[in-house]
Design a protein around this ligand. Sequence first.
Ligand SMILES: Cc1cc2nc3c(=O)[nH]c(=O)nc-3n(C[C@H](O)[C@H](O)[C@H](O)COP(=O)(O)OP(=O)(O)OC[C@H]3O[C@@H](n4cnc5c(N)ncnc54)[C@H](O)[C@@H]3O)c2cc1C
Length: 403
Amino acid sequence: MKGCLDVFIKEEDRLIVDSVRTFVNKEIIPVREDIEKDKEHKLVGQILHGLTKLGLIKAGFPEEYSEMKRLSAIEIFLISEEVARGDVGIAVAQAATRWGLSPMMLGKNRVLMDKFLPIFCEDETHLACFSMTEESSGCDIENLSVLHGKTIKTRATLEGDEWVIRGTKRFASNSGVSDLYCIACQTDPSQGEEGIALIYVPASAEGVSFGAFENKAGLYGDRNCDIYLDDVRVPREYRVSGPGEDAKIIRRNITAGRLGSAAMVTGSARGIFDEVLRYTGERMVAGKPIRNHSMSAALLADMAIGIETAKAYYLQVAHMLGHPERYGEASSAKMLSRASIAKVYATDVTVSIANKAMELMGSYGYMKNYNVEKYWRDSKEIQLWLGGAQLGRLDVARGYYDL
Ligand SMILES: Cc1cc2nc3c(=O)[nH]c(=O)nc-3n(C[C@H](O)[C@H](O)[C@H](O)COP(=O)(O)OP(=O)(O)OC[C@H]3O[C@@H](n4cnc5c(N)ncnc54)[C@H](O)[C@@H]3O)c2cc1C
């Protein structure tokens, strides 16, 4: 897939992606099978640490904190794609830290940035988490334009100079292993979006505890559990912004999250394609390699069409996100719609590519040591999260007419 889209990908983008590609080929692909056996997350921790050492998290911070050139949206998504080619769960854990820290930067909250960004710059082992989902509300919380955050049950009450937070969050990436949590709370459901508050909670705060890790089909590099917030007190300044503004920042994060999801599954699809091309070039059936049968070639061609299209479209939307003056803010219905097209298309295509790859590889495709079934299990969840395939489609339509 080299050489694509010079118009979006500049020489400097290629340099950083090349360094990530080298890391993925050397440090992730040879051990990707072991990630699923790594119950203590020692290997996962080492890999995440190695990636962070490349400067990939702090390069997303304003330059005054990181002392390095800030990554563009295109670079961030290309990096996620490349990491996911090696292991999707690792890409998720890495992207989740960026996702968890971005609200304080979007809200330009100096108190939060001065307190926490230097810690993340100094110690590459730190993780962060962005937590919206609750037991009774997943898509409904993400369905802001219809439900306006009224179903968020986690309550935040201002008492003097402190927020007091009570509630339970579910499933968020990096939960139970993060140092810092950005929690979507409601101050007053009757206020709708004006009542939404995004508040940072350090894992060390009194009243924070965690449930057992979820037992998932895939994405082992990412950890997920319930987060219990039992009258947790944090300073008033730990709220990202203010009424109405915090809701806007959630919208921006949902748009970025859906686009990041498209980038990650595109990486996964490339990983599958590498495996299936290699295998079907070696394995002989009816006297010639599987991929030289025209029926197989047609399936492989469909895979290539899907990957190239998914990549070109997500890069187009990443370019649009980088130019809000021309294409609109990331919080707009239009940009959510475009990011949702990228996610819905790329996830549908990738799940189908995994399915077809297993068909072409016969029963070997179903075996763990042939790698394809892992990409399939990992990518399926990306189709289900952040609104799933159905709310994603509704948000696509909402970008074109009043639904
Ligand atoms: C590995 C993993 C990582 C995750 N990471 C995070 C994270 O970092 N932060 C976070 O906050 N959450 C995270 N989640 C949670 C995830 O985003 C939610 O589970 C997801 O949005 C769906 O919510 P739900 O499971 O409650 O499904 P529900 O909300 O119950 O929806 C179920 C289904 O109903 C349908 N549906 C929903 N709404 C509509 C509608 N309006 N119209 C028509 N059909 C509809 C869709 O088909 C949907 O898939 C993660 C989950 C997992 C498993």
